[in-house]
Design a binder for this molecule. Structure first.
Ligand code: NOJ
Length: 530
């Protein structure tokens, strides 16, 4: 895998399509809306867009319940809109990555309707059907990720079916060869249309324990947590046989040149990196969510970077994520000043960064009034703060009504900051977060040290994280102050350099020596030896 592979050098930008741009006034974003905003993404400088599911769906889980893998839901448009979008994206040099949701379908998918029609249906085994347990209840103790038993009783055929998420999302049986073939064909359908890769939903869930053994209790469980945490997910996910499926998916992508396979995986480090597969024949990029879950302090982040770099298999390419449509936004977690430092961290670490739409304009913590709640997880397990609506609110484009997102009623309320915090205003403000993102992306493009260069830690203590990136003769130092007090970083005697970029956007070309003074909440990129 040469270092100019696009998905190694490039930056991925995630679009949650319901919330990016509405073009027809129904209050929900669509493909034509994304097409209208392609020039913004080119201006920003990203290389690829990943679009969360746009397939036909009853929207019980907002598209993660797919009723037709080869169709576009009318909410988002039609296949012609998709073809136009991908054509225009490619014409601008942008790659397009689709979300692939193989673990479960919608209960409205024709496959499931057929499967539940009778015990002798030819598709019965395409899903996971079990007789009741000895007490007449569910077959085992597995819990749905959205709360409650993961088993749903089907009165008509007298068996339970398994659903790791909503009961409207029955799990496919990936031990069935016909299921695999049908799903690989859906990948080819989109690859033939030109998509550049897939982000695979809950890829570590695909295979379950063959004997459906009970999960062991989690002794650390607190009732303030989601119910899924009552048990350790020992048998319900991450089974050894899953790696065979991942490499088969990868083989399908490898039938086409230059495609990327990204896996959504929430697992501890040593199990996460197994998804690169033996001989790196698994996922190109098993998503690394560590920055999403860590405490925002220098020592912890320093340690996790080190552990991740050490755990990577030889030749495995790293990647970093600050947020997505399932996680509180970075701006909400660390506040507006540290959001700038976080941007510099994301875009200067070794590995492919994935940005989340709206983070670049600093959308923060959005309160969703109870009557506006949409997320089924929040509805199933209310009051625990699990709801994902706050990170899914519409993008702010300009100062008009509803931030230019829609001419109708938005499906979720906008962050109240929208009248003053929007793309049109921020792109002309030399000190804005959006301007900082754009400069960071530009710098990353100009300096191979930042994208494909090597990495070496320099410091991780007393609020400071510092590391070097180098490529050929170029050496860059990144120094980040994760605290709200001024800090000094001491480097070896005779160090010399000049500032390439500061998060405060005003120290360019400033010479630096062996003592680097960082302002509160400031990050610097320094060219060393000049
Ligand atoms: C992970 C997706 O990111 C999330 O939004 C969804 O609810 C579950 N998988 C189920 O598909």
């Amino acid at each position: 895998m040469p270092e100019n592979t696009w998905w190694k050098r490039g930056i991925v930008y995630q679009i949650y399509p319901r919330s990016f741009q509405d073009s027809n006034g129904d209050g929900i974003g669509d493909l034509e809306g994304i097409r209208q905003r392609l020039d913004y993404l080119v201006w920003l400088g990203v290389d690829a867009i990943w679009i969360s599911p746009i397939y036909n769906s009853p929207m019980a889980d907002f598209g993660y319940d797919v009723a037709d893998y080869c169709g576009i839901d009318p909410i988002f448009g039609a296949l012609e809109d998709f073809d136009r979008l991908i054509g225009e994206a490619h014409a601008r040099g942008l790659k397009l990555i689709l979300d692939f949701v193989p673990n479960h379908t919608s209960d409205q998918h024709p496959w499931f309707r057929e499967s539940r029609s009778s015990r002798t249906s030819p598709k019965r085994d395409w899903y996971i059907w079990r007789n009741p347990g000895p007490d007449g209840g569910p077959p085992n103790n597995w819990i749905s990720n959205f709360g409650g038993s993961a088993w749903e009783w089907d009165e008509a055929t007298g068996q339970y079916y398994y659903h790791a998420f909503l009961k409207e999302q029955p799990d496919l049986n990936w031990r069935n060869a016909e299921v695999r073939k049908a799903m690989y064909d859906t990948l080819r359908f989109w690859l033939d249309r030109g998509v550049d890769g897939f982000r695979v939903d809950v890829i570590w869930h695909l295979i379950k324990d063959a004997e459906f053994r009970d999960n062991p209790p989690n002794l650390a469980y607190q009732p303030s947590q989601a119910e899924i945490n009552r048990f350790l997910q020992v048998y319900s996910a991450d089974q050894p046989e899953v790696h065979e499926v991942v490499s088969e998916m990868r083989a399908v992508l490898d039938e086409y040149p230059h495609r990327v396979l990204i896996g959504e995986i929430y697992l501890p480090l040593e199990r996460l990196v197994a998804y690169y597969g033996p001989d790196l024949a698994g996922a190109h990029l098993p998503f690394n969510f560590q920055l999403v879950h860590t405490a925002w302090n220098a020592r912890e982040i320093g340690t996790l970077i080190k552990e991740y770099e050490t755990a990577l298999p030889e030749g495995g390419w790293p990647n970093w994520v600050l947020g997505n449509h399932d996680q509180p936004r970075i701006g909400a977690r660390v506040g507006p000043r540290q959001a700038r430092v976080a941007a510099m961290l994301l875009l200067t670490l070794r590995g492919t960064p994935t940005m989340y739409y709206g983070d670049e304009i600093g959308i923060g913590k959005v309160e969703i009034p109870p009557e506006a709640v949409q997320d089924p997880w929040e509805k199933n397990e209310p009051g625990l703060g699990l709801g994902r609506d706050p990170e899914r609110t519409p993008m702010h484009w300009d100062g008009s009504d509803q931030g230019g997102f829609t001419s109708g009623n938005p499906w979720l309320p906008l962050d109240p900051s929208f009248p003053t915090c929007h793309v049109e205003g921020l792109r002309n403000d030399p000190s804005s977060l959006l301007t900082l993102y754009r400069h960071l992306i530009e710098l990353r493009r100009q300096h191979l040290a930042l994208s494909v260069g090597r990495y070496a830690p320099v410091a991780a203590e007393r609020d400071i994280i510092a590391y070097e990136r180098w490529h050929g003769t170029e050496r860059l130092l990144v120094a980040l102050n994760l605290g709200h007090e001024p800090r000094t970083l001491s480097l070896p005697h005779r160090t010399m350099g000049r500032v390439l970029l500061s998060t405060s956007l005003d120290r360019r070309e400033e010479p630096v020596g062996a003592q680097i003074d960082l302002r509160p909440d400031e990050g610097l990129i320094v060219a060393l030896g000049t």
